[in-house]
Ligand binder design. Structure first.
Ligand code: PLP
Length: 260
């Protein structure tokens, strides 16, 4: 569990995924079944959340929480939902994109409805990922009362192109999915070839700002190394910008050097 922002915590409930993304920001930690959360650890997390009344929101992530059995996942969610000060549950999952058939399961849909609204944050990077199966899964999820939001990672040679991003975000909105974050690609081992410069990212983002509806426009953000938090890329937070280096201001006012 990570408690970085006062009112919300992140629980990595499993380390397993239906697909392992090359650009995964938790690549060091995923795909390790021996590191699965056990009942004792869950109990400690539960007690911590119960004690910290400033926590309103729980973000269940991983790995991908939807690789767990429906019963297992909702045994956790039902306990967390019972904590009085917990107002919001969100699940970070790429399953709607890479394993949409997971949502053809009646029992999963019934649970989503029972605990509605469970916010679903998914991960589309390219309009070609929007298949007929994905559309079907999206509708099934939305019928349960779950809002769906999306996080995209800016990837060189994949989607670092204004027309691809516009098409992606517009298509998502047409499906009722809100583009939430466009993340600058983290400096992860083995993914240098996927990283665009911050200058290029800002150039693309300005074109999007000009051309697409506010509904279709995500926040452009990056997650600073060493747990220093997410920074929304905006004029306020960029103190200096060079070709491969920037000075950024964190949400807590610290100035951090970042290499793009
Ligand atoms: C990203 C993140 C969150 C959620 O942040 P939002 O801006 O609310 O989406 C919460 N906790 C941690 C540790 C995070 O990295």
């Amino acid at each position: 569990m990570t408690h970085r922002y006062k009112d919300r915590v992140l629980i990595t409930i499993t380390t397993m995924c239906p697909v392992y993304c090359r650009h995964c920001m938790r690549k060091r930690k995923v795909g390790k079944p021996e590191k699965a959360l056990n009942e004792k650890e869950f109990k400690r997390i539960y007690d911590y959340i119960k004690k910290h009344k400033e926590i309103r929101e729980i973000l269940i992530s991983g790995g991908d929480p939807l690789v767990l059995s429906t019963e297992k996942l909702f045994s956790y969610i039902s306990l967390l939902k019972k904590i009085e000060h917990i107002e919001v549950i969100r699940i970070g999952t790429r399953t709607p994109v890479v394993l949409p058939q997971r949502f053809y399961d009646e029992s999963l849909l019934r649970y989503l409805e029972k605990y509605s609204p469970i916010w679903i944050i998914t991960h589309f990077n390219h309009p070609e990922e929007i298949t007929p199966e994905v559309k079907k899964a999206t509708q099934l999820i939305q019928k349960t009362g779950s809002p769906i939001l999306n996080q995209t990672v800016l990837l060189k040679g994949i989607n670092d192109n204004a027309s691809i991003l516009k098409e992606l975000f517009r298509k998502l909105v047409s499906l009722g999915i809100k583009p939430y974050y466009l993340f600058h690609c983290d400096p992860i081992y083995g993914t240098a070839h996927f990283r665009t410069s911050l200058k290029k990212g800002i150039y693309l983002y300005n074109l999007l700002k000009r051309d697409i509806s506010g509904l279709a426009l995500p926040f452009y953000a990056l997650d600073l190394p060493h747990g220093k938090g997410k920074v929304i890329i905006s004029e306020n937070n960029i103190l200096q910008l060079e070709d491969n280096r920037a000075l950024l201001r964190t949400p807590w006012g610290e100035v951090v050097e970042y290499f793009t």
